[in-house]
Design a protein around this ligand. Structure first.
Ligand code: PLP
Length: 376
């Protein structure tokens, strides 16, 4: 019963998390079962585990064009963001970030603010793109760190990170980007982006949950976030999640090796969804856009939470606003920052498609949506 329900399920919430690839699961399995050793142990069997971790570090470094020693393994995007924001040693200097950042960044900034650090929030425009004049005014010599996300998790808006990091560097400011939604989905090259630090999370690119990484450019003054043992060069203590790290590398490599093919396919799914939606004649407004497959749509006069539940009853998983906020019915800070009119904002759904979605699923979603919206 449960099995058949799952088989019919349409999952269109890939920005919340993604299905693990079969090749990722296969790569992880030996490190969950027989190769269970602590990679820090000195005996021979443990060597296989530390070798697997270093191989994974090399693969990930290759995927984002950095040195393996610039990759630090973490428990995911939230920890990577916390580390980047809280642990860069820039004494008495302020932070510049953006109003539409993920809560992992915003709440890290808030905790810095509570400790006496000045934090400035740049505005975004109606399309979600950062207001560059506002950003330029805020990034001064008194700032230590600027943090701007690469792709927004609610709207898919992609920022021009290389231009923003150039501005930061011209003022001697370190630059961090939260690339959690982007990594494995669009080309992420830390050199081209000009990032000093970059956060990523495996479960957003068909890898396992609870593992991610933080890229830290050599020479960036960073303190440890999690203290304890001397793992990860003393920056992040704790026994390494070997299976998770191996799975993350396999997932990122598979997505990067197939980036063009996946982008083309997911973009065709996005196009199909919008074309089918247009055919219905429903009134809607699209917010942002840019990251393939992430579509934020506002239906005026509807309550998104009830739409999510009604779609759920029809076996369709979508999200109202960010996944982390999905239990709250207030307008998300991102929709607020881009000034979506209130009557539209309350009816905002996020459809996020991935490589496993099909055109048949799109047709089913649109037909369910039409039925639900005409019934309310
Ligand atoms: N940053 C962004 C842009 C995200 O979308 C998310 C997750 O939704 C995170 C950070 C947090 O990542 P994690 O779930 O790995 O802690």
């Amino acid at each position: 019963m449960e099995g058949s329900a799952t088989a019919d399920l349409i999952y269109a919430d890939n920005a919340a998390t993604t299905r693990i690839d079969d090749c990722v699961f296969d790569a992880m399995l030996p490190y969950i079962r027989e190769e269970f050793y602590n990679p820090s142990a000195v005996y021979f069997p443990a060597q296989k585990c530390s070798d697997a971790v270093e191989k994974a570090r090399n693969i990930i470094a290759d995927c984002i064009n950095c040195l393996p020693e610039e990759i630090y393994f973490t428990s995911g995007g939230t920890e990577s963001d916390n580390t980047a924001i809280k642990c860069v040693s820039v004494k008495d200097a302020g932070i510049v970030t953006v109003k539409s950042e993920h809560k992992a960044v915003l709440n890290s900034c808030l905790s810095m603010q509570k400790n006496g650090c000045s934090v400035y929030y740049a505005d975004v425009m109606r399309d979600g793109v950062i207001d560059i004049d506002c950003y330029k005014k805020l990034v001064t010599e008194n700032i230590g760190l600027a943090s701007v996300m690469l792709a927004n998790n609610e709207t898919g808006t992609v920022q021009n990170i290389s231009a923003l990091s150039d501005i930061a560097h011209s003022k001697g400011v370190f630059f961090h980007t939260d690339a959690v939604q982007a990594c494995g989905h669009i080309n992420v090259d830390v050199k081209a982006l000009g990032a000093d630090m970059l956060s990523a999370s495996a479960h957003k690119f068909n890898g396992p949950k609870g593992v991610g990484f933080l890229y830290v450019k050599k020479g960036t003054p960073i303190k440890s976030f999690v203290v304890g043992g001397s793992q990860e060069n003393g920056l992040r203590a704790g026994t390494l999640n070997v299976a998770g790290i191996v799975g993350m590398a396999a997932a990122l490599k598979s997505n990067c090796d197939n980036l063009n093919k996946n982008t083309e396919y997911i973009s065709s799914i996005e196009k199909c969804f919008l074309a089918e939606l247009d055919k219905t004649g429903l009134k809607y407004m699209r917010n942002g856009g840019g990251l393939p497959g992430l579509i934020s749509i506002s239906f005026p006069g509807y309550d998104a939470e009830s739409l999510v539940h009604r779609l759920d009853f029809k076996g369709i998983c979508v999200s109202a606003g960010a996944a982390c906020d999905s239990r709250q019915t207030r307008i998300s800070h991102v929709l607020g920052a881009i000034n979506v009119p209130e009557e539209y904002a309350y009816g905002t759904l996020r459809f996020s498609f991935g490589k496993y979605n099909t055109p048949e699923e799109i047709k089913k979603i649109i037909s369910a949506l039409t039925e639900i919206l005409s019934d309310i």
